[in-house]
Design a protein around this ligand. Structure first.
Ligand code: NAP
Length: 280
């Protein structure tokens, strides 16, 4: 069987080129440039890299970004105050608080302080609830990017059994709700799941969102399944043992070049949509 490569890199480039035109249209209609504000708290090098990548993506599509860097000693109150300032700033159209924040900070309270119309990374409880209910909301960027990728390649979803491994607020849970809204039958697995391989063996679609390198073994995945790997670890591996699968699944996301670029493209797309809503 020749498996379909779900090429997130190519699709994200296509999306960005479309976004560049929308940004140009916003500029000519309003005379203003869309702006994404990013907030990085502490000095985690991986988080700093992600924020830099998001700033560069803004440049590629013609948007500006404001980068706030706060020390690792920042308190919840101080971070809330910064978020409130950005909420009030009419020049800022989207706000991204890079996860994770240092442990003394109440991350949930800070995510939820982001104004709904600027929650372009889809992290607020209100946005999640609206998305889950099928109402308009910006989706959490990584699962929303995965849905865009699956839809672009015409992967059949209705009636399929999707098994999502991981239940984090930014990835596993919203992924499960998005697949459910697309009429999949969804199973969510997590660290307390018993007999995980048995669930994965039943999956038509497997989403790996575990955060452990090649944790999901190739022989747990049935022939012909669709395999989506959200993980990225040093050495260029994801959360799924992908290499042996490429020849016997029906479709798969490479690592790198699958889910990662779609996350950034989705953040850009949602920021452009927020700017359109606020400016024109
Ligand atoms: P996370 O917050 O650490 O969540 C990991 C999830 O995996 C948890 O729900 C955990 O279950 C579950 N888990 C841990 N050990 C397990 C086990 N032995 N069996 C079954 N489930 C287990 O991670 P995350 O933020 O969701 O990220 C997941 C992965 O996606 C990571 O590799 C991360 O790097 C990647 N990621 C990629 C992007 C991107 O843009 N490409 C963005 C975000 C994340 P419990 O809830 O029971 O603890």
């Amino acid at each position: 069987m020749s498996a379909l490569l779900l090429d997130g890199k190519a699709l994200s480039q296509h999306i960005e080129s479309d976004l560049s035109q929308r940004v140009a249209a916003i500029k000519s209609a309003s005379g203003r440039t869309p702006i994404l504000a990013t907030i990085l708290v502490g000095d985690d090098p991986a988080s700093a890299t992600y924020v830099t990548m998001k700033g560069k993506a803004c440049q590629r599509v013609g948007m500006d970004s404001i980068r706030l860097e706060l020390p690792s000693s920042t308190t919840t109150e101080q971070l809330l105050a910064e978020i409130n300032t950005l909420n009030q700033n009419p020049d800022v159209h989207g706000i991204l608080l890079q996860h994770p924040v240092p442990e003394q900070i109440d991350e949930r309270a800070c995510f939820d302080a982001i104004a709904l119309n600027k929650d372009v990374d889809g992290v607020t409880c209100l946005g999640f609830g609206r998305m889950a209910m099928g109402e308009a909301a910006y989706g959490s960027a990584t699962p929303a990017g995965i849905m865009t990728l699956l839809r672009h390649y015409g992967i059949p979803l209705a009636g399929k059994h999707a098994v999502v491994v991981g239940r984090s607020a930014i990835l596993g849970k919203p992924m499960a709700m998005m697949l459910l809204n697309a009429d999949c039958t969804v199973t969510i697995c997590h660290s307390r799941t018993q007999n995980l391989p048995d669930f994965i063996k039943q999956a038509d679609i497997v989403v790996g969102a575990v955060g452990r390198p090649e944790f999901i073994k190739a022989d747990w995945v049935k022939d012909g399944a669709v395999v989506v790997d959200a993980g990225y670890h040093p050495g260029g591996v994801g959360d799924i043992e992908l290499k042996p699968l490429a020849s016997r699944v029906s479709a798969w996301t490479p690592v790198p070049g699958g889910v990662g670029p779609m996350t950034i493209a989705t953040l850009m797309a949602q920021t452009v949509a927020a700017a359109e809503a606020q400016l024109i």
